[in-house]
Design a protein around this ligand. Structure first.
Ligand code: ZN
Ligand code: ZN
Ligand code: ZN
Length: 354
């Protein structure tokens, strides 16, 4: 009842709904494409999806083929989906002018006359002939390319010195094909895709974003990470709690067969066996159960890097602690379990019952 109400108010309100997905690759909320994109970002050197401007418009680094094949809109929907699920987040990148009509990103720009909108403009230099006091456009003779003062007809050259034969530049203006003069042209944008013309007031000027992975995405992708880093974390936790931690421990069981255990923690002659699984396969759990049963004074912890939710109940049946490494709080849970099942305490209890 409470959750329905919660859902309703959140769906109705403008407030964005954040979907809290369990971090698990097999989660139906993530499709293959999304998983692949996350992995690609994770594999990139700077752990970032960088946007850039290609000849064919906006592209994202290492996603060119995907974008050319399925289109940018499709790809951006994919990004939006991952953002909604809290797996990627925007970082500001650069701004761009988009066509307000068709959203094309590769528009180009021209100057135009503020009066008649003509784009047929020329830039005219304004010069000063101090000798006669002329200030106006620079006039070049068509044959000799020499500059002639239109007021006194002297042939003049540019120089800082003020003589009869010299002129100085004082600025320039634009002149359109219809003889309108102006110092500042309008800027008109043109869209090559739909041929729309628009100015800054109509333009769709918005940022392009790079994307980075969120902590949640890292948790999800940690499943691909080698299990060793987890084992190192756990062995230092064991040491802290007074266990003697051994990697790749070899123990001979009741059956005389030798078991290799990725990690063990020994305290008061009781050993805790750590089994690992990258795939979350329950056969891995059963294997650990076999070892636990064969090894004297042992208890077992199963480290599930995949996050298989079905293992929890099996763990109860086998009396094996299941640690979901994809859960953000796995370290707390494990620590709690190790404290509660501390062999020092367990020993006391066993002596009492004996
Ligand atoms: Zn004009
Ligand atoms: Zn002159
Ligand atoms: Zn357009």
């Amino acid at each position: 009842m409470l959750s329905t109400l919660y859902l309703l108010t959140h769906l109705i309100k403008i407030q964005p709904v954040t979907i809290d997905i369990p971090v698990n690759l097999s989660n139906p909320l993530l499709n293959d494409e999304e998983v692949q994109l996350l992995s690609t970002i994770h594999a990139s050197e700077d752990k970032k999806l960088s946007v850039y401007f290609g000849i064919r418009g906006i592209v994202y680094l290492n996603q060119e083929e995907n974008i050319y094949k399925n289109g940018l809109d499709y790809f951006e929907e994919l990004l939006k989906g991952l953002e909604k699920k809290g797996l990627i987040e925007k970082t500001d990148s650069s701004f761009n002018i988009f066509c307000p009509n068709c959203n094309y990103p590769n528009v180009y720009s021209r100057y135009s006359c503020p009066t008649c909108k003509s784009m047929n403009l020329k830039q005219v230099q304004i010069i000063q002939h101090s000798h006669c006091g002329y200030i106006g456009p620079k006039i070049t003779l068509p044959d000799t390319k020499q500059v002639q003062c239109p007021k006194c007809n002297t042939i003049i050259t540019e120089s800082q010195e003020l003589t009869r034969e010299t002129y100085q530049r004082v600025g320039f203006h634009f002149e359109c094909v219809n003889n309108h003069r102006f110092s500042r042209p309008d800027i008109t944008h043109l869209c090559p895709a739909c041929e729309a013309r628009f100015d800054y007031k109509e333009s769709n000027y918005r940022p392009l974003y790079d994307y980075t992975l969120t902590e949640k995405a890292y948790q999800l992708l940690r499943q691909d990470k080698d299990i060793d880093s987890f084992l190192i974390d756990i062995s230092s936790m064991l040491t802290q709690l007074g266990y003697q931690a051994v990697h790749e421990d070899k123990i001979i069981g009741f059956s005389s067969s030798e078991h290799t255990i990725p990690l063990t923690g020994t305290k008061n002659e009781k050993v805790t066996l750590f089994g690992v699984s990258i795939t979350g396969d329950k056969d891995d759990l059963i294997q650990l159960l076999g070892k636990k049963m064969d090894i004297e004074n042992s208890s077992a912890v199963f480290l599930d890097a995949y996050g298989n939710k079905e293992l929890a109940s099996l763990g109860q049946v086998y009396n094996i602690m299941i640690v979901d490494l994809t859960a953000p709080t796995w370290q707390n849970k494990l620590k709690q379990w190790l404290t509660e099942n501390d062999p020092a305490r367990r020993n006391v209890m066993i002596r009492r019952t004996k």
